[in-house]
Design a protein around this ligand. Structure first.
Ligand SMILES: Cc1ncc(C[n+]2csc(CCOP(=O)(O)OP(=O)(O)O)c2C)c(N)n1
Ligand SMILES: [Mg+2]
Length: 748
C-alpha cells in the first residue's frame, strides 16, 4: 500500500470511523431539541455547524491536492479547529471579527447569517488567488468579508489584537460623542489567535490594554478567542500554560470551552459570548483544539514528530466527535454522514476548479489599484473647506481671537491652532497619545485641546505605542477620525508594524473595501538643544520611507504645517489614507532665521480655506530676485532654515544665484517635482538630516539620476550612520551649515 500523507490519513480516518461506528442510537431529536441530553446545542444548530465543519475540512483537503497542481496557493488549514464555528454561530455577522488563519469553519458558519452568500465559492476564489476573490481581490488568502464584518488578516500572528481591542473601545466611545456606528451599539469584537501567539508582545499589549481599561470600569467588549492546539509550528506550548497564564488574570474574564466536542462546548462558548456582550468587559475564551495535518502543507510532521503522538492527536479529530454526535443522537445515519461528506468534497473541488478558471491579477496596475487611492480634486476641496465659523469663534474665544487675526507665530503654536480647527471641523475627530491631554504634550503642541473639546475627544492613553496605533485603527474601523500622537520618532519604531503591516495594508488586502484613515503626528528629528540624547533626537525616517501607501509630510514652518495637516486630514477623509506628519521638534519654538530677533521663522496662521497640495514642495528663490539657477539645494525639515542660512554664505562667497527647495512631502517622494527643480539649476546639493544609509537623500539622488541629471555636479550632505550621542556631540553626527557651505565649495 502506498504511504499516505497525514491529510489523507485524516480523510480515511473519517470514513472508516463512520463506517465502523457502532454505538447506542437515541431517538432522533426534533430540530429545536438538544442534540444530546444536557447539551446547550439544539439539533438544528448542530446540523448546520457540522456542515460548516465539513466545508472547512474539505477546503483544507482540496487545498492540499490542488496546491501541487498550482491551482491553489495556500495550505495553512483549519483542521482540528473546526469547533470555532460555535463562536461564529453565537455571534452576529455585524460583530467585527479579526480572525486567526485557522478560521475556515468560523467563516462557513458566519456565511449562514447572509444566506445569499456561498462560503465555498468565495473561499475557493481566495485560495486560487483569483481576481474575483471577494475578500482581497486575489492579493492574499485572507479570511475576510465586507458584508460579514470580517476585516482581513494576513498571517503575521498577534498583530491584529491591538486593533481588535481598539475597535471594541471605539464601539463604546462612538456613542458617547454622538457618532452613529455602522453596526449595532451592543456589538462585540471577536478576535482569535493561537496558543503560541498569545505570548507575543503585540498580543500582550492588547491583553494589558484591555485589562487596564476594564480596571477603570471603562467598557472594552472584546472577545479574545485563544484556539489552543498546544503547539506553534513545531514548538510545544507547555502543558496548561494558557490556563495558568490567563485563568486568574485580573480584568480579563476567563472562560474555557472544549471545541473538540460541539455538544459539550457549545454552552460554554455561549456563556463567554453572553458575558462579553452583557458586561462589555474584555473576555478571554480559551478553546481546546488540536492541529491536524501539520502547520501547513509544507510541514511534514512525520519527519520530526513521533508517529504515536501524531496518531493520538488524529484520534481526537473534532470531526470524528461530530460524526459520533450526529449518529448517536439519531440525527443522521452513517450513510447520511458519508453522503454529506462526499457531497461537500465534490462541492469544494468543483468550486476550486471553477475558481482556477477565473482571471487572476495580471498587471502591476491591477495589483496596486487599491493601495493608495487619490482623488486630487476632492481632497483639495475637502482640505480647503472651512469648518463652521460659529464653532471656531466659540473655540478660539471670540472673533477677534481667531488665529488668522493674530500676529505671526512659531511652529508649535500654529500646529496647535490647526488642531483646534480640525477638532472643530470634524466632530468625529479624536486626539490621543501620551501626555497630550491636561499637560498639552511634552512641547505644549496639544495645549488647550483637552479643555476645549473634553475628555471624550482628547485623552491620554496608556504608555504603549502599539496600543495607541491599535486604538487608531479601531476608531477608524468605526468611522471615527483618529489623530494619534507618538511622543518621539524613536518610539514609533517599536510599534512600527501597526502601521507597516496593518494600517497601511488594509485597503490593499481588502481590495479597497475596508479603510482605516488616520493622521499620525510624530515629534521628530534632531537638533534639539537642552533635551538631548538619541531617543529625543531620532533622525532616521527610513522605517517610514518604504511603507507602501503611506503618506508622510514634514513641515518646516508653522503656516505650512497648518495647511499640511488640513491636506493630510482630507486625504484620510476622502481617500481613507493613512497619513503621518513628522514635526521637527527643534523648530517647534524657532522664531528667527538669520539673526536673533529677526522673527523670520514666524508665520501667519493661514485662513481655514487654504491648504497645501500633496507632493508640491516650496521653492525659496534668492533674496536678490534671481532665478536660482546656479545651485539648487533640495532639503526638508531642519535642513530648510539651515540651507537658507548657508545659501547666504555661499552666495557671498561665489555670487551664485541659489534656490532652496523644501520638499515638504517625503513619502512618496515627488520625483517629477524634483526633476523640475534640478532642471533649472546648474549644480545640485542635497541636505538630508537623516542618516546617510537609506535616508531621504538616497531617494532624491535616485530621482536626479533617473531623470537624466546625473552628469550635473552634485553633492549630498547627510547625517552619519550612527546613533545620536548626548550633549554637544550630537551636532557632530548631523549636518551643519558649515557642512553645507563646504559641500558647495566642492561643487565649484
Ligand atoms: C510575528 C510573527 N512571528 C512569526 C511568525 C511565523 N509563524 C507563523 S504561525 C506560527 C506559530 C503560531 O502558533 P499558534 O499561535 O499556536 O497558532 P497555530 O498555528 O498553532 O494555530 C509562527 C511562529 C508569524 N507569522 N508572525
Ligand atoms: Mg497553536
Amino acid at each position: 500500500m502506498r504511504s499516505l500523507n497525514r491529510a489523507e490519513v485524516c480523510d480515511v480516518n473519517f470514513t472508516e470511523f463512520v463506517q465502523r461506528w457502532r454505538g447506542p442510537v437515541r431517538e432522533s431529536p426534533a430540530s429545536e431539541q438538544s442534540i444530546l441530553p444536557g447539551s446547550a446545542l439544539d439539533a438544528g444548530g448542530f446540523r448546520e455547524i457540522f456542515e460548516s465543519q465539513l466545508i472547512s475540512r474539505h477546503l483544507d483537503l482540496m487545498a492540499r491536492v490542488l496546491r501541487v497542481q498550482d491551482k491553489v496557493f495556500y495550505t495553512i488549514g483549519s483542521s482540528g479547529h473546526e469547533g470555532n464555528a460555535m463562536v461564529a454561530r453565537l455571534t452576529r455577522h455585524t460583530d467585527p471579527a479579526f480572525l486567526h488563519y485557522r478560521s475556515g469553519a468560523f467563516m462557513a458558519e458566519r456565511f449562514r447569517k447572509l444566506p445569499e452568500m456561498d462560503p465555498v465559492i468565495d473561499s475557493a476564489l481566495s485560495f486560487a488567488a483569483s481576481k474575483e476573490d471577494p475578500a482581497s481581490g486575489g492579493r492574499h488568502k485572507v479570511w475576510g468579508s465586507k458584508p460579514l464584518w470580517v476585516l482581513p488578516q494576513t498571517s503575521t500572528i498577534a498583530s491584529h489584537l491591538p486593533k481588535a481591542f481598539g475597535t471594541a473601545v471605539a464601539i463604546e466611545q462612538a456613542r458617547r460623542i454622538g457618532h452613529a456606528l455602522p453596526i449595532p451599539d451592543d456589538s462585540i469584537v471577536v478576535c482569535s489567535f493561537g496558543d503560541a501567539s498569545a505570548n507575543h508582545a503585540t498580543a500582550q499589549s492588547a491583553f494589558n490594554a484591555a485589562a487596564w481599561t476594564a480596571y477603570q470600569k471603562l467598557p472594552a467588549p472584546v472577545l479574545f478567542v485563544c484556539e489552543d492546539n498546544g503547539i506553534g509550528i513545531s514548538v510545544k506550548t507547555p502543558d496548561g500554560w494558557i490556563g495558568r497564564s490567563f485563568r486568574e488574570r485580573a480584568d480579563l474574564d476567563y472562560f474555557h470551552a472544549d471545541a473538540l466536542d460541539l455538544a459539550r462546548g457549545y454552552g460554554d462558548v455561549q456563556r463567554a459570548i453572553e458575558h462579553c456582550r452583557r458586561s462589555r468587559r474584555p473576555t478571554f475564551l480559551h478553546l481546546r483544539t488540536v492541529r491536524l495535518m501539520g502547520h501547513a502543507g509544507t510541514d511534514f510532521e512525520i519527519e520530526w514528530r513521533n508517529i504515536d503522538e501524531l496518531c493520538a492527536v488524529e484520534a481526537t479529530d473534532p470531526l470524528l466527535r461530530s460524526a459520533a454526535i450526529a449518529m448517536e443522537s439519531g440525527l443522521m445515519h452513517a450513510d447520511e454522514v458519508l453522503t454529506r461528506y462526499e457531497q461537500i468534497r465534490r462541492r469544494c473541488f468543483a468550486a476550486a476548479e471553477d475558481a482556477d478558471r477565473r482571471p487572476r491579477l495580471t498587471t502591476l496596475d491591477e495589483v496596486m489599484a487599491p493601495l493608495a487611492p487619490y482623488s486630487p480634486q476632492q481632497v483639495q476641496a475637502e482640505a480647503e473647506r472651512p469648518g463652521d465659523n460659529a464653532r471656531r469663534v466659540a473655540v478660539f474665544g471670540g472673533a477677534h481671537k481667531l488665529p488668522e487675526q493674530q500676529p505671526p507665530r512659531h511652529l508649535a503654536i500654529q500646529i496647535n491652532n490647526a488642531l483646534h480647527d480640525l477638532l472643530c471641523k470634524y466632530p468625529e475627530a479624536l486626539l490621543f497619545g501620551e501626555d497630550v491631554a491636561q499637560k498639552g504634550g511634552v512641547y505644549t503642541v496639544t495645549k488647550g485641546l483637552h479643555k476645549a473639546f473634553g475628555n471624550r475627544r482628547v485623552f491620554n492613553t496608556l504608555l504603549d505605542e502599539t496600543t495607541i496605533l491599535g486604538l487608531a485603527q479601531g476608531y477608524a474601523n468605526m468611522g471615527l477620525l483618529p489623530l494619534p500622537e507618538i511622543q518621539y520618532l524613536a518610539y514609533f519604531h517599536n510599534a512600527c508594524d501597526q502601521i507597516r503591516g496593518e494600517a497601511a495594508s488594509l485597503q490593499f488586502f481588502s481590495n479597497g473595501q475596508y479603510r482605516n484613515p488616520m493622521v499620525l503626528r510624530i515629534a521628530s528629528l534632531g537638533y534639539q538643544r537642552g533635551f538631548g540624547g538619541h531617543f529625543h533626537n531620532d533622525n532616521s525616517i527610513t522605517a517610514l520611507r518604504d511603507i507602501p501607501g503611506l503618506v508622510v509630510g514634514c513641515p518646516s514652518r508653522g503656516d505650512e504645517a497648518a495647511m499640511m495637516l488640513r491636506t493630510l486630514t482630507a486625504l484620510a477623509k476622502v481617500d481613507g489614507r493613512v497619513c503621518a506628519m513628522l514635526e521637527p521638534i527643534a523648530l517647534y519654538m524657532t522664531k528667527d532665521l538669520y539673526a536673533p530677533g529677526d522673527g523670520l521663522w514666524l508665520s501667519d496662521y493661514p485662513a481655514p480655506d487654504q491648504a497645501l497640495p500633496l507632493g508640491v514642495g516650496r521653492v525659496y528663490l534668492p533674496e536678490d530676485g534671481g532665478a536660482g539657477e546656479d545651485l539648487v539645494i533640495l532639503t526638508f525639515g531642519n535642513g530648510v532654515p539651515m540651507s537658507l542660512r548657508a545659501a547666504r554664505a555661499i552666495h557671498r562667497k561665489y555670487g551664485w544665484s541659489i534656490r532652496v527647495v523644501d520638499l515638504r512631502w517625503l513619502v512618496p517622494l515627488n520625483e517629477d517635482f524634483i526633476r523640475e527643480q534640478v532642471a533649472k539649476a546648474e549644480r545640485i546639493l542635497i541636505v538630508d538630516e537623516g542618516r546617510r544609509s537609506a535616508g531621504v537623500g538616497e531617494g532624491i539622488i535616485s530621482a536626479v539620476i533617473e531623470a537624466g541629471y546625473g552628469a550635473r555636479p552634485f553633492r549630498r550632505v547627510a547625517g552619519a550612520d550612527t546613533f545620536t550621542p548626548l550633549a554637544g556631540a550630537a551636532f557632530l553626527v548631523i549636518p551643519s551649515e558649515a557642512d553645507i557651505v563646504a559641500a558647495a565649495d566642492s561643487l565649484q
